[in-house]
Design a protein around this ligand. Sequence first.
Ligand SMILES: [Zn+2]
Length: 206
Amino acid sequence: MKLYNAGDKSKAICETCQDMVETTFLYRDVPFDDGTGKVKDILASVCDRCGEVVAIPAQSLPAIRRAREKIEVSLEAQVPASDIEILDAAATRISERASVRHRKFLLAFYVRKMARDPQGAERIKQLFLEAKAAKPKAKVRVPRKRLSFKVSHDFEEEFAAFAKISGLKKTQVLRGVVRDIRSDLVAPEHPASLSQLRELVATMES
Ligand SMILES: [Zn+2]
């Protein structure tokens, strides 16, 4: 990507001047993308003719993005207690300080991976059927428990879209994903994804 410095020159369409104009990269106070308030001293492309900000380079976008991802929504499901134990067992493999928040990390990682896999919708259906068919060896009661997470709006959307194309309910998707985590991360002696996940968690926790 192109990295701009203050004083660099460029060209852009200026809406105020209604023309292609020469611009200079300068530090300006720029409104947040949702219009609520301003961010001070953001490197922006400024019209040489009228002095208006005409464009924001990619390197300045994160600073003005009013963390839509910070808006959190609840994702909840009632699942068999054994599903939660699978998640927590997986968590102990990826972090020495495994705790409840690693459940969300694991689910998010595997949901994303599957949602981006062209065969993901088919796989999750199969995994859910496997999860549903798995019964305790003896006739013993397994209580249902509530899984509850705060997730980003973006993740919620991705998750809902994946559930929709799979034709599954959200709880069913979660159960399928837990099944995937079980066979990918819990069952194998040396899981292939382990080092990548440990690295991600270590980065997240640093
Ligand atoms: Zn202008």
